[in-house]
Design a protein around this ligand. Sequence first.
Ligand SMILES: Cc1cc2nc3c(=O)[nH]c(=O)nc-3n(C[C@H](O)[C@H](O)[C@H](O)COP(=O)(O)OP(=O)(O)OC[C@H]3O[C@@H](n4cnc5c(N)ncnc54)[C@H](O)[C@@H]3O)c2cc1C
Length: 217
Amino acid sequence: MPQSDPDSVAREALLLIGPDPQNWVPDLDGIDHNVVVVGGGQSGSAFAFALRRAGIGKVSVIDAAAGGSESGVWLTSARMHKLRTPKTLPGPELGLAGLGFQAWYEARYGAAAYDALDRILRLDWAAYLDWYRKVTGVAVRYATRLVRIEPAGEHLRLHLEQDGRVTVEAARKLVLATGFAGSGGAIRTHCAICRSNFMRIPPRGSTSGRCGAGQWR
Ligand SMILES: Cc1cc2nc3c(=O)[nH]c(=O)nc-3n(C[C@H](O)[C@H](O)[C@H](O)COP(=O)(O)OP(=O)(O)OC[C@H]3O[C@@H](n4cnc5c(N)ncnc54)[C@H](O)[C@@H]3O)c2cc1C
């Protein structure tokens, strides 16, 4: 049965782990962020939540995309209906079942619907990730692209482009969770096996290939 309050399981999971620990990292003069996470997709969001739960404050998540629906691949370049990843693999929930895809799905469509699901629908996964960011309180600074990293003593100076303007912010640590976009660029091509158009990372010197159909089991 779908639940009348579909977020109650997640709220309970968060309640049971207690409030976020206080930030134990001492401030440093001239440092804007303890950690900048570049990329607000599933990896970056999970990192941001994990760092907060570890008591690391002043964590900033940036993403070059204009907003959540333009970030990552799920609502942009990906065209398949279903994920290839089995539905039972852990996601960004960090071991908290109430924040996982199954809990999200069952609260909305019921346990029988989850049982009947062979693979997660791409659009459901995108909606789940959007919800995950909201329910965990992970805030992403969109339209903010990392364009340059410079050493600054033991720390880093990050050049961030926003609205065509570059600003510099200092960080102790950097997490690059730039996913597909950060892996050397993508090209649009056609898969002879699944007959879909897809985005892929071009192997050196080549412009043709397979989407991985039959490989990701
Ligand atoms: C067609 C297709 C199907 C796929 N199917 C599966 C699947 O079934 N199972 C699976 O596990 N994976 C699949 N993947 C891989 C999928 O991309 C990753 O699993 C998932 O998106 C990784 O999440 P992520 O957070 O690491 O990266 P992404 O979701 O790609 O997010 C990275 C973010 O970083 C941002 N970014 C990049 N560079 C910068 C910069 N310089 N400054 C600021 N922001 C930046 C981007 O805007 C983006 O929003 C598929 C990929 C494609 C293309």
